[in-house]
Design a protein around this ligand. Structure first.
Ligand SMILES: [Zn+2]
Length: 117
């Protein structure tokens, strides 16, 4: 599935960050996967563990944060939490909500070993 290409993208970003920092090994990669994204977390973990082999992130643990989904309610004119597509507005009960956040996957942080520290 597309979790493999997502995992490859994570590894690419991690490798670039590690190179920039002069790191010799990455111990942890922290990613944010928005609540509204369609990423399968277990599939992503599995893909990450297979893609990382032989890279600088070989021994890295994948930590997944889940930022809350956000939406704009057209009836209230306010931004509200949106945990799933199709949920009602928590303020007015309306369904005219446009997702505005929590849809993406991004690499937030890495922990790495550097020779001097
Ligand atoms: Zn509303």
């Amino acid at each position: 599935m597309h979790e493999v290409s997502l995992a490859e993208g994570i590894i690419d970003a991690v490798e670039r960050a590690a190179e920039g920092a002069g790191a010799t090994a990455v111990t942890e990669a922290r990613v944010a996967v928005g609540e509204l994204s369609t990423v399968e977390l277990e599939a992503l973990r599995f893909a990450f563990d297979s893609v990382k082999k032989g890279t600088i992130a070989n021994g890295a643990r994948l930590v997944i944060d889940r930022p809350e989904g956000r939406g704009w309610c057209m009836d209230c004119g306010k931004e509200v939490p949106l945990h799933r597509y199709g949920d009602a507005c928590p303020l007015c009960g309306g369904y005219r909500i446009v997702a505005t956040g929590g849809r993406d996957l991004k690499v937030v942080d890495i922990r790495a070993t550097t020779p001097d520290k």
